[in-house]
Design a protein. Structure first.
Lengths: 121, 269
C-alpha cells in the first residue's frame, strides 16, 4: 500500500542545469582546497621529519598543533560541503554536531589526563 | 539538502507534526544517526591511540622510519608518499561521489552512473593500496632490526648488521655496532606480538585502526556497487529522485572523513 501522507523531501532537492554548473564550481573549489592542504601536510611531514625534533619538544608541539588545525579545516569542508550539512536546517546541524562534540571533548579530556599529559607539559 | 530546508517556515509550522521538523527524510536522518555512533567508535579508537602515544612518548615509533616504501621502487626511501597517495585517492573518490549526488539532483542518469562508477574504482584502488601496505608492514624491512630492550628498535642497514640506524636516524658502525649485534636479537616484520619498528602496541593499533577503517571501505565499495546496479536498472529514475545515492554518499564521505583523521593522528603527528 502506498502512503500519501509522507512528504518526499527529496523531490524538492532537484535543481536546474544552471544551478548545477554553480554547484559543480563549488565542488571543484573545495577539491582544490582539500588537495592543497594534503600536499602542505605531506610536505611538512617529509621536510620537518619528527626525528629532527626529538630534542626540541616545543617546536614539534607547534607542528602538531598546525597538523590538527589543518585537519579540522579539511573535516569542516567535507562535512559542510560534501555531506551538505551546511545546507540543512540549523536545528539538525546542532542535533548532529553538539552531542558528538560533547562526547569527543569529554573523552579527550579524561584520556589525556589519565595518560599523564598534564604532568608532561 | 537544499530545497525544503531553505524554505522559510515558522517554528510553529515546522514542529506542528505530520512532517519532519528538519525537512529531511527518515532514511537520511537515520544515516546521520548511524554516522554519529560510528564516529564515536572511531573516536574511541583514536583516543586509545592518543593515550598510549602520550604514555610512551619517549619510545613511540616514528612513522617516517616505517612507511618509506613505494610499490615498484626499490632501495629508495620515500617517507609517507604512498600514504599521501592513498589519502588523495580517497579524497578524489569523495569528490566523484558528490558529483554523482549533484547529477542525481538533475535526474541525469548517465551522469550518476559515470561518477558512481568512478567512486567504486577509487574505493577499489584504495583497498588494493591498503592490502599492499599491510603486506609491506608485515614483511618488514630488508634486514630487520635489533630489539634494544627499552622499547626502541635499531634498524640493520646491511646484511651483516655492522651499520645500524637508531630511532633518531643516527647511523652507527664499528665497535658500537658490534656490541649491539652481540647483545641484541633481530626482529623482522610485524605482527600482533612482535614489531621490528618499535613497540608491539604500535603494530596492534596499526592493524586495528586501519583494519577497521578498511572494513568500512570494503562495505562502502560493495554498497556503492549495489546502488550503481540499481541506477543502471533505472530504479531511481522511476522513483523520481536519487536520494539513495545521497544516503550512500553520506556513508562514503564519512569514510573519507575518518581517513583524514587516521592520516593525521596515525601517520603525521
Amino acid at each position: 500500500m502506498k502512503r500519501d501522507d509522507i512528504i518526499e523531501y527529496s523531490l524538492h532537492a532537484h535543481h536546474s542545469e544552471e544551478e548545477g554548473v554553480k554547484k559543480r564550481k563549488e565542488i571543484y573549489k573545495v577539491t582544490i582546497i582539500l588537495s592543497v592542504i594534503t600536499i602542505i601536510e605531506v610536505t611538512m611531514g617529509i621536510v620537518l621529519g619528527k626525528a629532527l625534533f626529538l630534542d626540541n619538544q616545543s617546536a614539534w608541539d607547534m607542528i602538531k598543533v598546525a597538523y590538527i588545525g589543518l585537519t579540522a579545516v579539511k573535516a569542516a569542508y567535507i562535512i559542510m560541503v560534501f555531506m551538505h550539512l551546511g545546507e540543512e536546517r540549523k536545528p539538525l546541524r546542532w542535533l548532529i554536531l553538539a552531542p558528538y562534540m560533547f562526547f569527543l571533548l569529554y573523552l579527550l579530556f579524561f584520556i589525556l589526563v589519565e595518560a599523564g599529559a598534564d604532568t608532561a607539559i | 539538502m537544499a530545497g525544503e530546508a531553505t524554505q522559510q517556515l515558522t517554528t510553529k509550522e515546522l514542529w506542528a507534526g505530520k512532517r519532519s521538523p528538519f525537512s529531511i527524510s527518515y532514511g537520511k536522518m537515520m544515516m546521520w544517526f548511524f554516522l554519529i555512533s560510528d564516529a564515536l567508535t572511531f573516536t574511541g579508537f583514536l583516543s586509545a591511540l592518543a593515550f598510549m602515544r602520550v604514555k610512551y612518548a619517549d619510545v613511540w615509533p616514528i612513522t617516517e622510519n616505517i612507511f618509506y616504501h613505494f610499490p615498484f621502487v626499490h632501495h629508495t626511501e620515500l617517507p609517507l608518499l604512498y600514504v599521501a597517495f592513498m589519502t588523495f585517492i580517497l579524497i578524489i573518490s569523495s569528490v566523484t561521489m558528490v558529483l554523482a549526488v549533484e547529477a542525481g539532483h538533475r535526474m541525469d542518469k548517465k551522469g550518476v552512473t559515470k561518477w558512481l562508477f568512478l567512486t567504486v574504482i577509487g574505493g577499489a584502488v584504495f583497498l588494493g593500496s591498503q592490502a599492499w601496505e599491510w603486506s609491506t608492514f608485515i614483511q618488514g624491512s630488508e634486514y630487520g632490526a635489533y630489539d634494544m630492550g627499552d622499547g626502541t628498535m635499531a634498524r640493520l642497514m646491511n646484511e651483516e648488521g655492522t651499520e645500524i640506524q637508531l630511532r633518531d636516524r643516527t647511523v652507527i658502525s664499528g665497535a658500537e655496532a658490534e656490541e649491539i649485534k652481540a647483545n641484541h636479537r633481530v626482529v623482522q616484520g610485524a605482527n600482533l606480538h612482535e614489531n621490528e619498528y618499535g613497540l608491539p602496541l604500535y603494530a596492534d593499533f596499526f592493524f586495528f585502526i586501519t583494519g577497521f577503517h578498511g572494513t568500512h571501505v570494503l562495505s562502502g565499495v560493495i554498497i556503492n556497487l549495489i546502488i550503481l546496479l540499481n541506477v543502471r536498472k533505472g530504479v531511481y529514475q522511476k522513483t523520481g529522485h536519487y536520494e539513495m545515492v545521497e544516503k550512500v554518499g553520506l556513508y562514503w564521505h564519512f569514510i573519507d572523513l575518518v581517513w583524514v583523521f587516521v592520516f593525521t593522528f596515525f601517520y603525521l603527528v
